[in-house]
Design a protein around this ligand. Structure first.
Ligand code: UTP
Length: 409
């Protein structure tokens, strides 16, 4: 382990000397805790603060078409047959991204533990398991489910699943793994402290899911089961269809390397990332990166050219994931509310964003694919995100959508 001198050298190199400010006042256990944390913290992410805030140069964008809702309904039986065959052959698995902190919701437990039911005991995790169970029943096949958590919510998540008997899922098909953490900084780039002996760290984004899964030793599990396709999805969309046979079938039929579920944008200014081409490869352009011209451009059919918004439901091919596993993803700098210890030693829980976190994003993996099928779904049937407590993409709107889909809440 590091000694005091080496640790001081590291923090000085990154101009973060304040981390060691109270070192000599700490007891032995706290000293050890801080030294260990300095040893494992990836300080190199701080270099992303230099220069361009996003630090990500973009190429030339072009629109990308989709298999539309009409195309899908015309080919539905064929897609479902192909997808069902793949699932029955054990070729599909699902990865639930549940390592986020859900700060916008403001719920102090893992987001999946939030009770979305009003009269029923229905939790977000339970909605997702119920949705996956639909496919298990349809195909007569248990689908391996890998759940990514973070150090902050791993225990709560596992305990919850155990307490609820995995909501009827077969526990031997569920595996948990923990993602990496990154230090958080204030708006001046100074690393925030949680206490005198603890650096403030937070989950480093959902982009590292595959490398974390590999590090957890789960690639052997995936290989031994013969899994070829992984459906990655977010915890917060309670209408999420998981390992949807039609989606899997459409991607396999298309011969493309990956797939993304998309919804038609409701309006040009809707704040959603759009699947398109960037320098000829699939990519997601964020709403704030689009020019007015891109936002409003129409195609020969009179529809928005950049029309298909992503909903964080992707299908990746395992062979390609293994190939790109060591490639570096761009680091995004996001503003968040980060609890911290102030100069006087008080623990503060901020009410508005007070610093940056460093995150890699799964959507950047799409650009590492040679091709991607945009698969259009009906928004009202498949997209009910729980991001906020009230208002847009909230508990309230998700409850309405669940009811509209006949789900008892
Ligand atoms: P969000 O972008 O909504 O982030 O995550 P968040 O941290 O959960 O919520 P806010 O922004 O603080 O309110 C999209 C998906 O990615 C997962 C989340 O759990 C969610 O399923 N995620 C996010 C991770 O698994 N790890 C992360 O580090 C961040």
């Amino acid at each position: 382990m590091l000694d005091r001198e080496k640790a001081s050298g590291i923090v000085a190199e990154y101009k973060q000397e304040h981390i060691m400010k109270y070192f000599d006042e700490l007891n032995e256990e706290e000293k050890e805790e801080l030294l260990k944390q300095i040893e494992i913290t990836d300080f190199s992410v701080l270099s992303n603060l230099d220069g361009n805030k996003e630090n990500i140069a973009r190429g030339t964008f072009e629109p990308l078409g989709a298999v539309t809702i009409d195309d899908i309904s015309a080919n539905s039986s064929e897609y479902i047959a192909i997808g069902t065959e793949a699932i029955k052959a054990g070729k599909a698995a699902a990865v639930l991204l549940a390592g986020g902190q859900g700060t916008r919701l403001g719920f102090d437990k893992p987001k999946g533990m939030f009770k979305i039911g009003v009269e029923q005991e229905l939790y977000i995790f339970q909605c997702l398991i119920n949705n996956l169970m639909d496919v298990v029943k349809l195909t007569g096949t248990w689908i391996p489910l890998y759940i990514m958590t973070s150090e902050k919510n791993n225990k709560d998540t596992i305990d919850f699943f155990e307490e609820k008997n995995y909501f009827g899922y077969a526990p031997e098909y569920i595996r948990f793994f923990i993602q990496d953490m990154a230090p958080s900084v204030d708006f001046d780039g100074k690393i925030l402290m949680e206490s005198r002996s603890k650096i403030s760290v937070s989950p480093n984004g959902n982009g590292g899911w595959f490398s974390s899964l590999v590090r957890a030793g789960l690639l052997n599990d995936i290989r031994s089961k013969g899994v070829e396709w992984i459906n990655v999805f977010a915890v917060d969309n309670v209408l999420q269809r998981i390992c949807d046979p039609s989606f899997i079938g459409a991607v396999i039929k298309s011969g493309l390397q990956s797939g993304s579920k998309v919804v038609s944008k409701a309006a040009p200014e809707e704040k959603v990332g759009v699947l398109c081409l960037e320098d000829g490869k699939p990519s997601i352009v964020e709403y704030y990166e689009m020019t007015d011209e891109m936002r409003t451009l129409v195609n020969e059919k009179g529809e928005l050219a950049y029309k298909y918004g992503v909903i964080l439901n992707y299908l990746f091919n395992v062979a390609k994931l293994e190939e790109i596993c060591d490639q570096k993803l761009p680091v995004h700098i996001v503003d968040k509310k980060i609890p911290f210890m102030d100069e006087e030693g008080n623990y503060i829980i901020p009410t508005s964003p007070n610093g940056h976190k460093f995150e890699t994003l799964v959507l950047d993996m799409v650009h590492m694919q040679d091709s991607c099928l945009a698969y259009e779904v009906i928004r009202e049937k498949e997209f009910a995100p729980v991001k906020n407590a009230t208002g847009v993409d909230s508990v309230d709107s998700a409850r309405e959508l669940l009811k509209a889909n006949g789900i008892k809440i």
